[in-house]
Design a protein around this ligand. Structure first.
Ligand SMILES: Nc1nc2c(c(=O)[nH]1)N[C@H]1C(S)=C(S)[C@@H](COP(=O)(O)O)O[C@H]1N2
Ligand SMILES: [Mo]
Length: 255
């Protein structure tokens, strides 16, 4: 695959589908993530209970267009803003470099435990399978909002790069220097999308332009904004200082 261009090959897609099938079969076996911290045992219990009791592909409720509400932009609303809590100088510089011309030079890198690491432009993603969903965003701070999201199913992107059968987690890195991860069950869920559109328009800056994650069956902070890189991993990694745990938030927040 050439830099910035996604050229699906028949062999590639078959390889991707085959390995994803393997993942689906092996998805929930093995241990749930452990945080090496006794205080985190509650998270572990939530994770186990959810994964045991809930259907892996149960859909989050989807709403009518008439139910769309206003939605505040929360957390980082511009990776270049120095007064932002998560300000990261290196990320801000990188973001400044891709912001012009509607993010024409932006590329999403997808790497790690995959057969064919690749980069995707917005145009590449736009040519792939598309999903639009109207869902309720639930923030850990107590507010919620309904919005329409359009993007590429993460599953489609993972199939394109051919996830290895050993892969268990997918990590997302943002321009504001934050990062977070989900397991393969959420990664392959049909409503887990890489959104470039919101309420019928290009994703606005404050909501994570040019691309954000939507993971509808977890709390709001798991929907990482300002995506720059996705890394597929075989092992659980809470991402240390980059992840949610540093601020005391759980890794798994199923709803
Ligand atoms: N990169 C990044 N992603 C992020 C955040 C952030 O600060 N930086 N905030 C999270 C939180 S706490 C919430 S509630 C949602 C807010 O999304 P919104 O700004 O579109 O309302 O984004 C999540 N994703
Ligand atoms: Mo949030």
């Amino acid at each position: 695959m050439t830099q910035g261009r996604f050229q699906p090959s028949r062999r590639g897609l078959i390889g991707g589908l085959a390995s994803t099938g393997g993942l689906l079969l092996s998805g929930c076996s093995g241990d749930p993530p452990t945080y090496g911290n006794i205080l985190r045992m509650g998270d572990n219990l939530t994770y186990r209970a959810h994964r045991l009791l809930l259907s892996r592909s149960a859909l989050a409720h989807e709403y009518d267009r008439s139910q769309v509400t206003s939605m505040p932009a929360i957390g980082t609303v511009d990776p270049m803003r120095t007064n932002s809590e998560l300000y990261n100088a290196q990320g801000a510089k990188a973001y400044a470099a891709i912001r012009h011309d509607d993010y024409a030079d932006w590329r999403l890198s997808v790497e790690g435990s995959v057969e064919r690491p690749a980069t995707f432009s917005l145009a590449d993603l736009g040519r792939m399978k598309r999903r639009t969903q109207i869902t309720k965003h639930m923030c850990e701070e107590g507010w919620s909002a309904i919005a329409e999201w359009t993007g590429t199913p993460l599953r489609t992107v993972l199939q394109a790069v051919g996830v290895r059968p050993s892969a268990r987690f997918v990590q997302f890195y943002a321009y504001d220097g934050s990062a977070d991860g989900i397991d393969m069950i959420d990664a392959l869920h049909p409503q887990t999308i890489l959104a470039y559109g919101m309420n019928g328009r290009a994703l606005p800056l404050g909501h994570g332009a040019p691309l954000r994650l939507r993971v509808e069956r977890q709390i709001g902070y798991k929907s990482v904004k300002f995506l720059r890189k996705i890394v597929v991993t075989d092992r659980f990694d809470d991402l240390g200082d980059l992840g949610p745990l540093k601020a005391g938030w759980a890794w798994y927040t199923g709803i």
